[in-house]
Design a protein around this ligand. Structure first.
Ligand SMILES: C[S@@+](CC[C@H](N)C(=O)[O-])C[C@H]1O[C@@H](n2cnc3c(N)ncnc32)[C@H](O)[C@@H]1O
Length: 218
């Protein structure tokens, strides 16, 4: 796999073919008001779809630049884990955008061993990887979440990732004011999140995507 990797099963890309790194900054980082939202406190991010780990690496790098003395908890659910070699090849072009984070992920990534992996990434970051279907994993969890990265292939080709189960469990685990961001602006995602109690806004998407959704738990 070279360049922007593609899933045959879902007929979609893991990140933008134009520039996945810039897409992550626009959609998930700025879409969630980071780094301001985490200033001076410990913080828990929940991601649907770990994929290559690009979103995780961008969040942890920014954490190291802006809030290194506090602790970042990053929880990500992934049903079809990539191998270490696939991750390395997919992210090779952005190696220079990270410092020790890229090597630390490759060194500690559990391959595709099923189950839950709690991985201490240095002193200030705990990565929890849950290799399971999101609809099975979420109802079992009782975390208090500050921020959601919703990144599960486009809803039209993967509706399971954008289910009532996901939206209701997001509402259950959200701290008051918890934010979310996602690259999609699909109507049923917007309505599902609003019904679950989120204030949902459409804003400008990244690259060729006209719109995306952001919001917060009321
Ligand atoms: C767009 S990619 C995520 C990209 C990733 N955030 C990154 O930084 O590279 C979507 C991911 O969702 C995963 N996925 C799809 N359906 C799923 C499900 N039902 N439960 C959990 N993960 C799922 C896919 O395997 C894929 O890795």
């Amino acid at each position: 796999m070279k360049g922007a990797p593609r899933s045959k099963e879902f007929d979609d890309v893991y990140f933008s073919a134009e520039n996945g790194f810039a897409e992550t900054q626009h959609v998930f980082i700025r879409g969630n008001g980071l780094p301001e939202a985490w200033a001076g406190r410990d913080f828990t991010i929940f991601e649907t779809g770990f994929g290559t780990g690009l979103n995780f690496l961008c969040a942890w790098r920014l954490w190291n630049e802006t809030n290194a003395g506090r602790k970042l908890y990053f929880i990500s659910v992934e049903k079809f884990p990539l191998s270490r070699a696939e991750i390395e090849s997919a992210l090779e072009m952005w190696r220079g955008n990270f410092e020790g984070e890229f090597a630390a992920l490759l060194e500690n990534y559990p391959g595709n061993l099923s189950g839950t992996h709690r991985i201490a990434m240095g002193e200030n970051c705990m990565l929890t990887l849950i290799f399971e279907d999101v609809n099975v994993a979420m109802p079992e969890l009782n975390e208090a979440i500050d921020c959601w990265f919703l990144d599960g292939f486009r809803p039209a080709s993967n509706p399971e990732m954008w289910s009532e189960t996901v939206f209701q469990n997001m509402a259950r685990m959200s701290k008051k004011g918890a934010t979310f961001a996602t690259f999609t602006a699909a109507g049923f995602v917007k309505r599902g999140l609003a019904t679950a109690g989120f204030d949902v806004k459409k804003i400008q998407g990244y690259g060729r995507k006209r719109d995306m959704l952001v919001g917060a738990k009321l």
